[in-house]
Design a protein. Structure first.
Ligand code: TAP
Length: 479
């Protein structure tokens, strides 16, 4: 069926939605044995499609297909040949970029300009980058003949559905593994479009399998006995449950979990540029970003000035229809996530922080939350400690660099941080003391496939991207 989106904007005509979708197993779409579920456009609350739900038997079928494909086709294939498939996939992503971006925006609620300019091109870049590695793995620093692990079980969240899929699949495939991937329940559609891309690229059956479903499907997948590797991106809570599930087995595990990043602004920073970075750090993708700069640490002497500029800039943000190319802040992905953001914002007020949002009219239907900042926040406040995963910024101040570092590190997480200063020496001093996997200097939320990404402490372990990311998908050889 050709899907007709209610207000029928021209841009949606590039997307052809089926009424219902099956699972992608062994190169074909098949029925799921679970109940099935609907996926909804969070900006309109309209049902986009019905999606199959994989139960334990479907998981078993997919793992068997992946095992066969690994031992018969993908594992023995030369790196150069595997690379060709990855290049082909990367090119198809580029060719179908508009379609993928619109579908992602419909299913996720993110602004189309972000899906179009960030998610999809970065996903293609991941496939290009890893396609280049496929025949050079002996130079990855893992011995002269590193081996693939086998079957990888991959579970991803809803905030960057297509990009997270690319982050997971591209290195796994380049290194010779086959995959069973489960997208999040609220954003399955771009993964199913990727299944079509696998068919279009003539990828051998079973190399990529996509199982839609909820947490129970993910649990059955990571707990399956014949899986060699588990790669998970999502909440710290579920990450810990997965670590417990695989404890005592020989499965290799990487976990990319939550964050509560500090964005540190020194008094010598270029302030207008810093304000752009603060806005990008917390309002990009509605703040549904694991590495979001959700704690602004601003030096006391410039705090008033920065806040004034920040409020002025926030007043220009356009919140609303994600398919409008001028929209800056889209819809919150689900009613559950909206409830969580509202709850924590309410707690912020109750604990005495001062709440401010620019005047903005939110659409009547759909799930929306206005860009919000809290000032007068102390380290004891829950909004300074807990991940909100929404467009909410907690502002704290500091006097000295030492105090900035202490406050920045006062978190159980350790995924990312930002430092804004005119002095390289000050930035390097600060970066060396921050416990964060990524530290950005005079920028924020910059991603590149050549750069390893990952966290410390409760933000998880293992790296994705760059040469380091390959280690997560290969057995090091002793020679
Ligand atoms: P989760 O609830 O943890 O869900 C992530 C994925 O795990 C989803 O596919 C989910 O399925 C599945 N899942 C749920 N319970 C499971 C279980 N017991 N066993 C196996 N899989 C299970 O997180 P979320 O709400 O989707 O995403 C938000 C969180 O992810 C935030 O904390 C954020 O910081 C983190 N995140 C981290 C990163 C990186 S790179 N560190 C990137 C993006 C997001 P359902 O969707 O059906 O529940």
């Amino acid at each position: 069926m050709v899907f007709e989106y209610a207000p029928a904007p021209e841009s949606t005509s590039v997307v052809h939605l089926e009424k219902s979708y099956g699972l992608f197993v062994n190169g074909e779409f098949v029925d799921g044995r679970g109940q099935g579920f609907a996926t909804v456009n969070p900006a309109t609350e309209e049902v986009l499609a019905e999606v199959a739900e994989a139960d334990a038997r479907d998981v078993d079928d997919a793992v068997k297909a992946a095992r066969r494909a690994h031992s018969r086709v993908w594992g023995p294939m030369s790196g150069a040949e595997r690379g060709k498939y990855l290049f082909r996939i990367a090119r198809i992503i580029q060719e179908r970029a508009r379609e993928i971006a619109v579908l992602e925006t419909l299913d996720n609620g993110k602004p189309i300009k972000e899906a179009r300019d960030v998610d999809v091109p970065t996903a293609a870049a991941h496939f290009f980058y890893h396609a280049g590695w496929a025949d050079k793995l002996e130079h990855a620093g893992l011995g002269t003949s590193p081996r693939s692990l086998g079957v990888a079980a991959q579970v991803i969240p809803w905030n960057f559905p297509f990009l997270m899929l690319a982050w997971k699949l591209a290195p796994a495939l380049a290194c010779g593994n086959t995959v069973v991937l489960k997208p999040a329940e609220t954003t399955p559609l771009s993964a199913l479009l990727f299944a079509e891309i696998c068919q279009q690229a003539d990828l051998p059956p079973g190399v990529v399998n996509i199982l839609t479903g909820a947490g129970a499907t993910g649990q059955a997948l990571v707990g399956h006995d014949d899986v060699d590797k588990v790669a998970f991106t999502g909440s710290t809570e579920v990450g810990k449950a997965i670590a417990r599930t695989v404890a005592g087995t020989t499965k290799k595990v990487t976990l990319e979990l939550g964050g509560k990043a500090a964005n540190i602004v020194y008094d010598d920073a270029p302030l207008d540029q810093a304000v752009e970075g603060i806005v990008d750090g917390i309002f990009f993708n509605q703040g549904h970003v694991c590495c979001a700069g959700s704690r602004l640490l601003v030096q006391e002497s410039v705090a008033e000035d920065v806040l004034e500029r920040l409020k002025r800039r926030m007043s220009t943000l356009r919140v609303g229809d994600p398919l409008d190319k001028n929209t800056d802040v889209g819809a919150i992905n689900s009613p559950e996530q909206l409830a969580r953001i509202r709850e924590l914002a309410g707690i912020g007020e109750a604990e005495g922080a001062e709440r401010w949002s620019p005047a903005c009219e939110l659409p009547e239907r759909g799930y929306w939350f206005a860009p919000t900042i809290f000032t007068g926040v102390t380290q004891a406040h829950r909004i300074a400690r807990e991940e909100i995963f929404g467009p909410v910024l907690s502002v704290l101040t500091f006097r000295t660099p030492k105090e900035a570092v202490e406050k920045a590190n006062n978190t159980p997480y350790g995924l990312s941080a930002g430092v804004w200063s005119d002095k390289g020496s000050r930035t390097l001093w600060t970066a060396a003391r921050l416990r964060a996997g990524v530290v950005w200097s005079n920028t924020f939320n910059k991603f590149d496939p050549t750069s390893p990404f990952g966290g410390y402490q409760e933000s998880g372990y293992g790296r994705e991207g760059g040469r380091h990311g390959l280690a997560a998908y290969m057995e090091e050889s002793v020679r």
